[in-house]
Structure formats: structure tokens, C-alpha cells
Design a protein around this ligand. Structure first.
Ligand SMILES: [Mg+2]
Length: 74
């Protein structure tokens, strides 16, 4: 549920175009993206999911399905 809350906060920050200025991160897109990533990682850890591997598999799937390719490996 925290993830959903953070996505809502991210949407609000984007709507207001709140960007980080120097060290002031509170309520910004940068802060909320970090929060969303944090809770995403927490959920992955809870279910013992290798997010990097899943992301690569999903990109392969999307590439075949939608015909585009995003290079995520070095
Ligand atoms: Mg937040």
C-alpha cells in the first residue's frame, strides 16, 4: 500500500512540476521517484525477486511484442 501512496505523491509532484533545487528534495519528483523505487525494491525483496533479471526478461518480451529495443546491458 505504501507503494501506491508513493505513486500518488509522484503524480502530484509531476503535476506541479516540483523539481529538486540544490539540497531541497522534499516533495519533488526526485524524492518521489526515489520513494517509488525504494518500495518497489522492498516488495521484490519480500518475494525474493531478482528485479534486474526480471527487467531484462520483460524488455525482451516487449521487444518481441512491440518491435522496439531498449539496450539496457553495457
Ligand atoms: Mg514520498
Amino acid at each position: 500500500m505504501k507503494l501506491i501512496e508513493e505513486v500518488g505523491e509522484l503524480a502530484e509532484a509531476i503535476r506541479k512540476d516540483e523539481r529538486m533545487k540544490e539540497d531541497s528534495i522534499k516533495g519533488t519528483i526526485e524524492e518521489e521517484l526515489s520513494d517509488v523505487l525504494y518500495y518497489t525494491a522492498m516488495i521484490a525483496n519480500t518475494y525474493d525477486i531478482d528485479l534486474e533479471n526480471v527487467f531484462k526478461l520483460k524488455e525482451k518480451y516487449n521487444s518481441k511484442r512491440y518491435g522496439f529495443n531498449i539496450k539496457i546491458d553495457k
